[in-house]
Write a protein that binds this ligand. Sequence first.
Ligand code: HEM
Length: 450
Amino acid sequence: MEESLDSYVDKGLVKTYLFTAVIWLCIATTVGFLLSVKFWWPAFLSNIPYLAFPRLQMVHVNGVAFAWLFTAFFGVSYYYVPRLTRQKLFWVKGAWLLYFLWNFIVVAAVIEFLLGNNKGLPYAEIPIWINYIVVVAVVIYAINIFGTIFTRQENQLYVSLWYLMAAIVWSALNYIIGNWIPYYWATGNEGAMLNGFYFHNVVGMMVTPLGLAIAYYVLPIGTDRPIYSHKLSLIGFFALAFIYPFTGAHHYIYSPIPVWVQTIAIVTSVLLIIPVWVVITNFFGTMKGKWTKLTESIPVKFVILGSVFYLLTCFQGPMQSLRSMQKIIHFTDWVVGHAHMALYGAFSLFIFAAIYLMWPIISGKEMDKKLGNWHFWLGFVGFSIMAMVLWAAGLIQGILWIAQVPFLNTVWDIQPYWVIRTVAGAMMVLSFFVLLYNMWKTNKEAASMD
Ligand code: HEM
């Protein structure tokens, strides 16, 4: 049955998107690595203004979010949407147009950041002229996905399609709210609140549904078993839709925004445990009796580890939104550790799972399993070390600041942790290059077999 669905997929298109996404991943995280060196060696690259810390920071963060995650989300969806709908893509030329437009957006944003041009809004730094092109890109994508789904031959709408369609609508709304309103009309506190709403929803209403759509697709195929409960998947979907949008202000606890806004953000952040628990019950339920797959199948390995990190992220999130915890961790490295656990630990791993599932089918050859395991373990060990040192550093910073230790002294105290973060980050970057090499090698060997 899997084989017969192949004919609906434009393999060249998916291959190009996925390979490009992984190239962006390698570039954006190499920049993250350079950035991490600047923490313990401030003179590093300091005489080149284009490579100043804030500029590289924007390249890294926007690079992993928009160049890596979103290029990959587009590519993976061009694989699973035709299969789940039993319908070829509605507008293949549109998908290619989006490819060139998206890469133009990424290159233009990187140049603008290196030149020091940005909007000064976290996660919405991209200059406004580029935002207009992003809107065109999202419209092209929406026409393609909705067009394919509306003309589908398969009656049932699998949960991945629910998440994908919702993500497109939420992304459009959130992007407009986050990029235009705080820039033109709402400055000061209101602008900050809207910005918090926006950037937390980049994760919650854009990346989360797109990532879960992938996990829900990969797991049943990887384990050769239907999803444990469709009812649970729908409960998880609606719980996310109704709870997530109100959580963003938890980034502004103890700041001069209304206390009731902060309290609503805390309450909804705690309630987020519900959709997460539902998703995890569904994933682990699907694994029942199939746990041996964890050692045999690389996609299953990635999707299950991603689910564990998803659970940990979404347990840590509610906990750290509480005022008692915020008192210590606000503005510290703890939050950076948390951000990496969500965007690398959960959602990047779901994409890796999809790549290992799809690449053999679209290239026509199995991937090298040994290299796959190197990718998995280097990334896992590297990330685990990085997360631990960031959380430890964050707690130390918070406690020293409360004790009113002079700021510069606290910087010295944290230095060893930052050095370890660089070493751990290097392991992660290496793991991404291993993936890139594995994809290139598989493709080359497949071509030589023809
Ligand atoms: C897929 C992999 C990665 C993702 C998704 C990712 C994501 C992010 C995000 C979202 C932030 C912003 C954090 C915040 O503002 O709280 C960030 C910052 C940062 N990341 Fe990464 N990152 C990845 C890999 C790496 C690697 C391999 C390194 C290497 C050490 C690294 C180093 C940094 C540094 C130094 C910062 C700046 C922290 C600061 O401003 O205090 N990242 N990353």
